[in-house]
Design a protein around this ligand. Structure first.
Ligand SMILES: Cc1ncc(COP(=O)(O)O)c(C=O)c1O
Length: 372
């Protein structure tokens, strides 16, 4: 699925020097390396503020808490995402309200959000939390809803929408630098971005136990600080991420051409006998964190690929409203048909900046053989 070795090898020396710099400074938590990364990251995203923290999950919680989303607030989000998109809302003390996805982008459907708002008459809905799943923005800025937008940009470093970057589209955003992400740390790390000085100041305060002054706690924050080592590694990788994202785009275009040439690519939204390829929607700059096809008999196809030593993954096999841990939200199977269908059909294929053409040819040839 992903060969991190190919990214690591050419950077090895530079990364070791960056780590040595942190050891020499002995600033192991936050400190100069994290501050330097935050400055460079904000500049690259075109946002005013970046706040490094300990994971994408914590970044989501920090973003919600900074925006004062707490008890008695409802937050609209998608049932088709990683668990943290919903669990962080609960951890902030608020109630997640789910709306179905668009079957083409797999992202929150604006029409579904509209109908949820109509049903609730807007009551106590305090924010919308769109997820830029697989590296594509399609929800836009969400301004038309007149509610604060909290972006889950965990999979979308460098992704764009109409000339602006994910992380600066809404009011506040969360990124993950989990080691398999486009921009990745060597462990857990995350970041909050915002153009609001007030939200940035609150996020900084909340990531350090609600302290503005040492040992004076203004609010109930938490420890969600970024390690110096992670800041140093991320600063090195930040110089390369735009090139890596371009390489992912080249690889995605190659899959498109290869699948089309074999004749297994189908034009519709759902697969019949062949596979449906992912699409970049107008206005989006997709960074292909994942290349996700829809396939009939998905699990059998996955077994077939595994037998040929071809990696694949299902993001995500169980929609969030059907997770045991979230049963108390009161949803049932059938409530979000698009998310449920996606969970049955999606299959992520190997994609990373250094993937070779012959590797992609082997993936496509195996899928064509399965479908024939
Ligand atoms: C969409 C989404 N949101 C949130 C997260 C949580 O990030 P982390 O694993 O860094 O806590 C992830 C990553 O796993 C993710 O993919």
């Amino acid at each position: 699925m992903l060969d991190l070795e190919r990214q690591y090898k050419p950077l090895r020396q530079e990364l070791l020097e960056a780590l040595a710099g942190v050891l020499d400074s002995r600033q192991f938590i936050l400190g100069g390396a994290v501050a330097d990364f935050e400055t460079a990251a904000a500049a690259q995203l075109g946002v005013a503020h970046a706040i490094g923290c300990s994971s994408g999950t914590d970044a989501l919680w920090l973003a919600l808490a900074a925006a004062r989303i707490g008890a008695d607030a409802r937050v609209i989000t998608t049932p088709f995402s990683f668990f943290a998109s919903v669990s962080s809302i609960l951890r902030a003390g608020a109630t997640p309200v789910l709306a179905d996805i668009d079957p083409v982008t797999f992202n929150l459907s604006p029409a579904a959000v509209e109908s949820v708002l109509d049903t609730l008459h807007g009551a106590s809905v305090r924010a919308i939390l769109p997820v830029h799943l697989y590296g594509q923005v399609s929800f836009g800025s969400g301004r038309e809803f007149g509610l604060p937008i909290i972006e889950d940009a965990a999979q979308a470093w460098g992704a764009g929408w109409q000339g602006k970057r994910a992380g600066g589209l809404g009011d506040i955003a969360a990124f993950s630098f989990y080691p398999t992400k486009n921009l990745s740390a060597a462990g857990d790390a995350g970041m909050v971005s915002t153009n609001s000085a007030e939200l940035a100041e609150r996020a900084r305060m909340l990531r350090q136990h609600g302290m503005r002054r040492r040992y004076f706690h203004d609010e109930l924050g938490w420890n969600t600080r970024m390690d110096g080592f992670q800041g140093a590694i991320l600063k090195v990788k930040l110089k390369h991420i735009e090139g890596w994202n371009e390489a992912r785009r080249t690889a995605a275009a190659r899959y498109q051409a290869l699948f089309t040439a074999t004749g297994v690519a189908e034009p519709g939204t759902y697969p019949e006998r062949g596979v449906v390829l992912p699409k970049e929607v107008p206005g989006a700059y997709h960074v292909w964190h994942q290349y996700v096809i829809r396939a009939p008999r998905r699990d059998a196809l996955r077994d077939f690929l595994t037998a040929r030593q071809i990696g694949s993954e299902v993001y995500y096999p169980v929609p969030l409203h059907m997770q045991d841990a979230l049963r108390h939200l009161g949803y049932r199977e059938g409530d979000f048909p698009e998310a449920e269908r996606a969970a049955r059909e999606v299959l992520a294929l190997p994609i990373f900046p250094e993937i070779r053409e012959d590797e992609q040819q082997a993936v496509v040839a195996a899928i064509a053989e399965f479908c024939s």
